[in-house]
Design a protein around this ligand. Sequence first.
Ligand code: NAD
Ligand code: MG
Length: 412
Amino acid sequence: MVSVSSVDNVGLNTQGKIQQVTILGATGTIGTQTLDVISQHPDRFGVFALTASTSVQGLFDLCVKYKPLYAVMLSPTAASALEAQLKNAGIATTVLQGEDALSQVASHPDVDVVMAAIVGAAGLHPAMAAAKTGKRILLANKETLVMAGSLFMQAVIDGGATLLPIDSEHNAIFQVMPYQRTRILADMGVKRILLTASGGPFRNATIEQLRNVTRAQALNHPNWVMGPKITIDSATMMNKGLEVIEAHWLFNATSSQIEVVVHPQSVIHSMVEYNDGSVLAQLGNPDMRTPIAYGLGYPDRLVSGVSSLDLLKIGRLDFCAPDQNMFPCLRLAYEALDAGGTAPAILNAANEVAVEAFLADQIKFMQIPALIESVLSTSDIEAVTSIPQLVDVDAVARRVARDWLTASIDTH
Ligand code: NAD
Ligand code: MG
């Protein structure tokens, strides 16, 4: 196993030169917050490329404001529509289209920094392209590590890339474990990682209530404003499960070294316990502009626009253990990590199908873990060998998940 080794490269190309940034998933919540931080530092950052799946108006507005060299839309019709609108508005941005174009703008020689903020497995290829070409990668797309952790980490090392975690918990861990390189945790005197979780909107619900929660209730996260997929993942606690797997790859941690602690206020973003009894934590308001600014500026600290933490107003910080019965997704993620090989990729694919189905009102909330468990238990787990293999595994798991959906929708 490898770890975030290439942080050693940080700072090499930051001497006065404007850093050219590609934002994958620019219209999303992470994408727009990244642009917000960048716009506070025009002396440091330029916008090279912005990408989105289908939101023409969203990407058009961003092109008008930030005037990137390139804009990429996943869908060809969306790309044509954007091109026409930009031409009318007299904006000189070049519009590209399709999956390959995402990788092109992530690996272009003129790009220094890539914010990987596409949601889901779709983020894998462009993140790999950025890794292979030695970019500074600000990784928000945790699904890349869940699907292909070993291959992605190796690509980071081989490509001489710099990997900075943006997920708030992993960014916090990175901040309090500064000497982490290729070493194993025990050699650095680390006892365990305490990954904090808000517990989501259903922290205090009963299992009966959980069975009947609506889409709107699940989308109403108490602390964070996020895209719909990660918001549902937070409600099921699959998000924390994916983050356990993410921490495993980023920090060379075994599953038994990663403990989830529910902390409803989301003020402590995670902690590291050392052998001498010290526990180091990173605190701040729940605002993703802090980890984004940290990733953009590292090793410098940049103004992010985040307000000061008012501990007196917050008054208290609470902690409790997660309830594995209420949130089986967390258990499923630990089991997939322990099973190893392609199991986390299968977990991820089944979860994406389940979340889409829940958002489309096709299944109930507690059917999300039922679907994932069924797909995992009927799939063969193999050793990971290549990205094309993982793409196949992902497609097969989605097919099995859709068959489960068809059968379950028929019987209800
Ligand atoms: P979002 O839904 O708000 O935005 C997703 C972006 O990806 C959009 O720009 C969309 O156009 C693009 N996209 C979607 N599907 C695509 C596809 N198939 N191909 C190309 N582009 C596609 O999502 P978000 O909340 O910004 O989250 C993005 C990533 O960051 C996720 O992996 C999420 O887990 C992670 N993350 C988000 C937060 C947060 O606070 N939002 C925190 C930690 C980690
Ligand atoms: Mg997180």
